[in-house]
Design a protein around this ligand. Structure first.
Ligand code: ADP
Length: 447
């Protein structure tokens, strides 16, 4: 087993990884920018190295600085968390070239799934249902026109290198196609340096349901059930729950088995998430994320399995500590993403936290680096806390969640807690009757 792990991330996820390491008796190295010198994960880690100024390009994305930090501290593995370098195949290669273990999949798998056209083609070959569309690149406007006519409007054009909802454009009819396609292409070029685009049928009322998978890299793989992430704003998840209120046990077992089979056929190593859209009883693959997800704690809550611990075990060459038959789903869990944002305008609200009192009690987990007097820096993602609540039933979980939101005090800055409070009191949410568009359609009413 590893003796020392460098955590190549910040915020709540850096703390989350530190916790798993210390529970396994593994020492930790925190890296941080000058803006994060006072961060909780830096305080708790056994060692810390300042790797650069606030700008992510010069710190959390600075590969030479991170490798140097690992070499100086003699770390034998690097955990990339999510975001930043976690899905950068080149980074994984460089880490391995320095004889440091990368806690994640092989660079080949990261690269394959990072190209959404290649990912879709290989999933289709592995027997996973995909969104109807054309799985090649749209070379020119005539080709795009012909394919759109075949699929039927509205269609969605997406960037092959896409992520974070960027480079995606809904096209309502043939007339708007040239303008909207070139707009999306330009956005993709700007964001990813790659303007290859592909096209899918635009689904009108789907849910976003994703399956957590885990492979040992030797052909064994399991699934840990699904998460429903349909509550989104601008294609970004706001609240996630497991199990999905829309699925029954047979559907869960069926899509889970398909996902696990694909992962074992790929010889995939580590944690992964296969994302689907679900409409009228059918699943359609959209993408696979080759890393730990923000919302992984809801799966941990209903399975009792520590996903970061498993990631570390598998990266060290150990087998998975459980088989599919050992995975049992118990109760219901919800995660609220609490952002340092105005809950009406969603503009960021960095600044000093004057009072901090997180909720507690049975079935309550808060993943956050916040503390009294901490200053939320303006340079990074606005996620400052994840409130994860578990109950024996969905109703018990929602009652507990409501109580926790009432208790949670984050003074000095505005947060999205009021949005979550409105959500747990909303009848459509209580009924589980929402699709990926519901939140945006109901935002004005909620806040
Ligand atoms: P990204 O990697 O940029 O986040 P995804 O492919 O994961 O892109 O899609 C993000 C979100 O966009 C989905 O959760 C869903 O809300 C919406 N979306 C993606 N594909 C479709 C589609 N074919 N029809 C309707 N909505 C879609």
């Amino acid at each position: 087993m590893f003796e020392k792990i460098l955590i190549a991330n910040r915020g709540e996820i850096a703390l989350r990884i530190h916790r798993a390491c210390h529970e396994m008796g593994i020492k930790t190295v925190a890296i941080h920018s000058t803006a994060d010198a006072e961060a909780m994960h830096v305080r708790l880690a056994d060692e810390s190295v300042c790797i650069g100024p606030p700008s992510p390009k010069l710190s959390y994305l600075n590969i030479p600085a991170i490798i140097s930090a690992a070499e100086i501290t003699d770390a034998d593995a690097i955990h990339p968390g999510y975001g930043f370098l976690s899905e950068n195949a080149r980074f994984a290669e460089i880490v391995e070239a320095h004889n440091i273990a990368f806690i994640g999949p092989t660079p080949e798998h990261i690269r394959l799934m990072g190209d959404k056209i290649a990912a879709k083609t290989s999933m289709k070959e592995l027997g996973v249902p995909v969104v109807p569309g054309y799985d090649g690149a749209l070379e020119d406007i005539d080709k795009a026109r012909a394919i759109a006519a075949e699929i039927g409007y509205p269609v969605l054009v997406k960037a092959a290198a896409g992520g974070g909802g960027r480079g995606m454009q809904v096209i309502p009819d043939a007339e708007r196609l040239p303008e909207l396609l070139s707009q999306a292409r330009a956005e993709a070029m700007h964001a990813f340096g790659d303007d290859r685009m592909y096209m899918e049928k635009y689904l009108g009322q789907p849910r976003h349901i994703e399956v957590q998978v885990f492979g040992d890299g030797q052909g064994h793989a399991v699934h840990l059930g699904e998460r429903d992430c349909s509550l989104q704003r601008r294609h970004q998840k706001v609240l996630e729950e497991a199990p999905s209120p829309a699925l029954n046990a047979a559907q869960r077992a069926d899509i889970g088995a398909k996902a696990a089979r694909a992962v074992s056929d790929l010889n995939y190593r580590g944690a992964g998430t296969i994302e689907f859209l679900y409409e009228d009883g059918e699943f359609f693959f959209i993408e696979m994320n080759t890393r730990l997800q923000v919302e992984h704690p809801v799966t941990e809550a209903i399975t009792g399995i520590d996903l970061v611990r498993e990631q570390i075990r598998v990266a060290s060459g150990a087998p998975l500590s459980f088989a599919q038959a050992d995975v049992e789903f118990t109760g219901h869990a919800v995660e609220c993403r609490i952002n340092a944002e105005n809950h009406r305008t969603f503009s960021p609200t960095p600044g000093r936290v004057t009072d901090y009192h997180p909720p507690g009690g049975l079935g309550v987990r808060v993943d956050s680096g916040l503390y009294d007097g901490y200053s939320v820096p303006p340079y990074y993602d606005s996620l400052i806390a994840k409130l994860v609540v578990h109950g024996r039933t969905r109703n018990e979980c929602l009652m507990r969640l409501r109580r926790c939101l009432e208790e949670y005090v984050i003074g000095g800055i505005s947060t999205t807690i009021p949005l979550h409070m409105a959500l747990v009191d909303d009848q459509a949410f209580i009924d589980g009757a929402y699709d990926i568009h519901w939140l945006e359609q109901n935002l004005d009413r909620l806040v």
